[in-house]
Design a protein around this ligand. Structure first.
Ligand code: C2E
Ligand code: CA
Ligand code: CA
Length: 768
């Protein structure tokens, strides 16, 4: 257990920091090694010191015993030689000479014998010995002869001379010997000095070594004490741990459980004998996975009563033991679950959100099985927001989400629904027969939606787009893009409930992309032109105004504004383009006024994006200033949507324009919100009845009554009425009868080029 604790993950950081480098076993071995080394070095140094001391002693003995004795004996011999020499100087007293000589000679012989005792092999001693013998012989010659004759005296003198020479020679030999001894003494002295040096060095080395060893031993001792304390603490760890720790043998029998385990069992109302009931249920397979995969531990989560536990299961091969570490992670798990839920669910509807959608979609794509992706969008969502207050609109969306959830499950149980944006839902249908499933789903949803009053009063309309994997996109990105394309196409088509992506739709999108690029170039190259469609007052039969219509010739084909204006709106180019139309139209109108058409009103189409731009009013003022066109000759055609979604800034803009004297007309009236009540709140001059009602009004009673009620209402509100798309005489007659003031359409004139407009105006002026 303790071994595990030291090695186990919980203590790993501490262990690494304090123990890994110097575990207690290592520490002892190291200490022992140091001690042994210390003893060995001590032994070697002792042997060395003993040897040095012996050598010094030997050298000293030599010095004292032989060399110094020899030295003093030699000195004595030198004085004996002097005595011998001296004895022959007594010329008068031969007896004294003989006596002195014999004494000296005797001493000399003894000395020489003693010296030979020291240096038996010394050749110089032999010389001295020989000399002494000769001396003795020569002396005898002198002592035995009677010095009577002159001749004899001369002979004695010669012998004496010889003696003196021998003595002088011996003195030289003694000096030589003294030098030899001197040298030997010096050498011996140096030897002693050297040994003393060695001794000193050895003692110093041993001293330093002892210090190092003492330091190392002290350090080892400290570490050992520290590690003992740690081991003690670690040993107490399982006992003090607030988390249950249980040890099992290889038969999964409990060999140890700490007090926290018993506390947990009591808390769970289980007997303290039933420790096995708090093991993970799959403990055997977990153990199997550890042993077969050569792992040390594994982690698992499981519930005990209402709590969630995390269990770390460790295998301790050296102890042949399993250790279980349990921790109560209920609070953490709940927080995690909550975060996980929030991360992957829409906060209002509780449906899975865009992030989950992206993950699931990625997963489905990677499985390469065919499936269908759909997107559902709430139509006119901004209107819903305006209609209902904030809470109500949330309520509507929540109710709709529940309805969609039910419908999707009723269609196919394995269908997945996601709430991916305020007004957007996504579905994933695991089906290869997407056409049929999609049809059923849309029918089911639409039937349910039509029947429902959301938040007790609101109706909701939906647009649907679908694309099939892998037919319409081999990856997530292209599949989502094509589903969006289908959705947009469905939203802009009045005739289809839903749209499944096909290649034709793809072609439309490529054309849109090409048009978008070409449009930018056309604007920079001034390729856009303006055409003008005259408007006729039925009661006076006079031209009251002309509507300016944008024309674009691209690759020798006229591109309809119904195609390129929405694209320009989407890309934002409409702001520049619309401003150009406004300025050019004002300039042209001013020219016509200057030509004498003083009351002619030029009507300019203004897109919602353009109108709601904060600089719009300023741009109108600027266009009027630059062209010097009177404001009363300018009419701005806006759509119902601008009024309907208006905020304070839009309302202010409308009033500012009105104050300038500019006229305001509502274009395509009747197609949008079909509610006339809001009109009185805005400074509007004119309603343009949409072509769709006029087109069949002479055949269709319903259209006829719509047109009539619009005219009646408009007249009641004191607004000028103009019918668009008038092609037939019958339509003209009907409109006239109904009280419609003006008409515009092919019946009177198609849109004309500037040149043709001038001719047309000229022609009409001359007729009236
Ligand atoms: P709109 O404002 O409703 O313009 C009237 C459309 O009806 C014009 O189509 C016109 O040519 C067409 N029209 C007029 N009389 C008849 C008729 O008797 N029968 C038929 N079948 N059609 C008739 P056009 O020129 O294709 O313009 C389409 C739309 O493009 C316009 O609808 C308008 O919404 C937009 N548009 C055109 N020019 C501009 C512009 O300068 N700015 C903005 N924002 N939109 C413009
Ligand atoms: Ca118009
Ligand atoms: Ca119109």
């Amino acid at each position: 257990m303790i071994v595990y604790l030291i090695r186990g993950t919980k203590c790993k950081g501490y262990w690494n920091k304090h123990m890994m480098e110097k575990p207690p076993g290592n520490l002892l071995t190291k200490t022992n090694t140091i001690l042994l080394l210390f003893l060995a070095v001590g032994l070697i140094i002792s042997v060395l010191v003993y040897r040095f001391v012996t050598q010094i002693e030997q050298a000293n003995t030599d010095l004292i015993k032989s060399h110094l004795n020899v030295y003093s004996e030699l000195e004595l011999y030198r004085s004996v030689l002097a005595n011998q020499e001296h004895s022959f100087r007594f010329d008068n007293n031969i007896t004294l000479s003989e006596q002195t000589f014999r004494q000296a000679n005797q001493t000399a012989t003894k000395l020489l014998d003693r010296l030979k005792g020291y240096y038996s092999q010394q050749p110089k001693l032999k010389t001295l010995d020989d000399n002494q013998a000769q001396l003795r012989e020569l002396a005898e010659l002198i002592f035995i002869s009677e010095p009577q004759s002159e001749n004899k005296l001369t002979k004695i003198a010669t012998v004496k001379n010889h003696i003196f020479q021998l003595i002088a020679q011996s003195k030289l030999v003694v000096s030589d010997l003294s030098r030899v001894i001197d040298k030997r003494i010096k050498t011996s002295n140096q030897g002693v000095k050297r040994q003393l040096d060695n001794l000193r060095t050895s003692i110093l080395v041993y001293g330093a070594f002892s210090l190092i060893v003492a330091f190392l031993i002290l350090r080892s001792f400290k570490l050992h004490v520290a590690s003992s304390r740690l081991s003690e603490r670690l040993a107490l760890f399982p006992h003090r741990s607030p988390n249950p720790i249980i040890s099992l043998n290889t038969k999964n029998q409990v060999t140890y459980s700490n007090p926290a385990t018993r506390r947990l069992l009591t808390k769970l109302n289980r007997s303290t004998e039933d420790t096995h009931t708090i093991f993970p249920a799959d403990i055997v397979s977990l153990q199997h996975s550890i042993t077969t995969k050569d792992k040390r531990f594994t982690t698992t989560k499981y519930d005990l009563n209402d709590c969630t536990f995390e269990c770390e299961l460790h295998w301790l091969p050296d102890q042949k033991q399993w250790d279980l570490h349990l921790s109560d992670i209920t609070a953490k798990q709940r927080a995690e679950d909550k975060l996980q839920f929030q991360a992957y669910h829409h906060p209002e509807t509780g449906l899975q959100n865009q992030y989950k959608f992206a993950e699931v979609m990625q997963d489905w794509v990677s499985q390469t099985q065919p499936f269908t992706h759909g997107q559902i969008e709430i139509r006119s969502f901004s209107r819903l927001l305006a209609d209902a207050n904030d809470n109500k609109s949330h309520q509507v969306v929540t109710e709709l989400a529940a309805l969609l959830d039910k419908a999707s499950h009723d269609t196919a149980s394995d269908m997945r629904l996601f709430h991916i944006g305020d007004k957007n839902f996504a579905i994933l249908i695991p089906d290869s027969d997407c056409q049929d499933t999609v049809k059923r789903l849309v029918e089911l949803i639409n039937t349910a939606v039509t029947k429902t009053q959301f938040s007790s009063q609101h109706t909701v309309e939906l647009d649907f787009g679908f694309a099939c994997y892998p037919m319409h996109g081999k990856d997530q990105e292209s599949l989502v893009r094509n589903t969006r394309i289908a959705l947009d196409a469905s939203a802009s088509s009045a005739h289809s409930d839903y749209m499944i992506f096909d290649d034709q739709l793809g072609a439309v999108i490529s054309r849109h992309n090409a048009l978008h690029t070409a449009m930018l170039a056309a604007f920079n190259n001034h390729d856009f032109q303006l055409h003008y469609q005259p408007q006729l007052a039925l009661n006076t039969n006079k031209i009251t105004g002309v509507e300016v219509l944008l024309r674009w010739l691209w690759e020798e084909q006229w591109i309809s504004p119904t195609e390129f204006i929405p694209l320009a709106e989407r890309s934002g180019l409409i702001l520049k383009l619309g401003n150009w139309v406004l300025n050019t139209a004002c300039l042209k109108a001013k020219q016509l006024i200057d030509m004498g058409y003083a009351d002619l009103v030029i009507a300019v189409n203004i897109s919602p994006k353009q109108f709601t731009a904060p600089t719009f009013v300023e741009q109108v003022k600027q266009a009027l200033r630059a062209s010097e066109l009177p404001a009363k000759n300018l009419e701005l055609e806006i759509t119902e949507g601008v009024l309907f979604n208006s905020d304070t800034a839009t309302t202010n803009a409308l009033h500012q324009l009105k104050q300038l004297g500019v006229k305001l007309a509502i274009d395509d009236f009747g197609t949008g919100y079909s509610s006339l009540s809001y009109l009185k709140d805005f400074p509007i001059d004119k309603l343009k009845i949409d072509q769709s009602f006029v087109r069949n009004m002479h055949n269709d009673k319903a259209d006829q009554s719509i047109v009539r009620s619009v005219i009646d209402l408009g007249n009641n509100l004191d607004l000028t009425l103009i019918a668009e798309g008038v092609e037939q005489q019958e339509q003209v007659d009907m409109l006239d009868k109904m009280g419609c003031a003006e008409i515009q359409g092919f019946w009177f004139s198609k849109p004309l080029s500037e040149h043709n407009l001038r001719d047309f105006l000229e022609q009409k002026r001359s007729v009236t």
